[in-house]
Design a protein around this ligand. Sequence first.
Ligand code: SF4
Length: 268
Amino acid sequence: MSPRVRHILSMSGGKDSTALAVYMRDREPDMEYVFCDTKKELQETYDYLARVEAYLGKPVIRLNDERGFDHWLEVYGYYLPSPQMRWCTRQLKIRPFERFVGDDPVISYIGIRGDEQRDGYISSKPNITPRYPFKEDGITERDVYRILDECGLGMPAYYKWRTRSGCYFCFFQRKAEWLGLQDNHPQLFQDAKAYEKTDPETGRHFTWSQNESLDELANPERAEEIRRRHVKAVEAEQASRPDRPLIEVLADSQDQEDDEQGCLICHL
Ligand code: SF4
């Protein structure tokens, strides 16, 4: 007898994977919901997941690597992860997911939308087959907001100041979002700062944000400039499509200093 195919939906605490969980709840009753917990996520994410579990009537299984981020940071020679060297995703998201799956045949449900031009795949293991229900059914960003609104979950609370899920120190954060972290979680901002170092021998800087330390970014003059640029980026985005709700504008607006791609595993 061939082994039973498992259905697994990996959630990030972000809007798209949450909307997909809501969308699939009654379509796939055997769904296993998982969350790869780096233990460095925002409290808002944990709170949101608790509400999602209540809505789904099922646990969102927490997967993690017991050794944690700080262990891997040491293994990688204290090189902070970056868009070019994303060891955090591999060690803290993909590997725990693959361990959970084992060799079972699995369909992995991924929340990439019908209006996105990208592919995302959490693993390259041959027993894992990706499925993209939102792409198959043409579900757009607008639909995602509607799904979350109609089920009563709404958006994660961090959306007031940051539009991507993931670790509090994620290097994919926009400059303005770092300031949002400072405003909303001053201690976490200090904790993120503590990870930044300068190598005494080479003078090389290890910073989260490109080209500047968090101290520099939070300098009042620089912070003012970042906020100004952010407002301008939001206004430009609004002007390009005046019919869009503000929440969509905020999700898409970024100035030229921001990294636009984000992480397909952590930010869905
Ligand atoms: S959220 Fe960012 S820092 Fe955290 S694991 Fe993902 S890419 Fe790395």
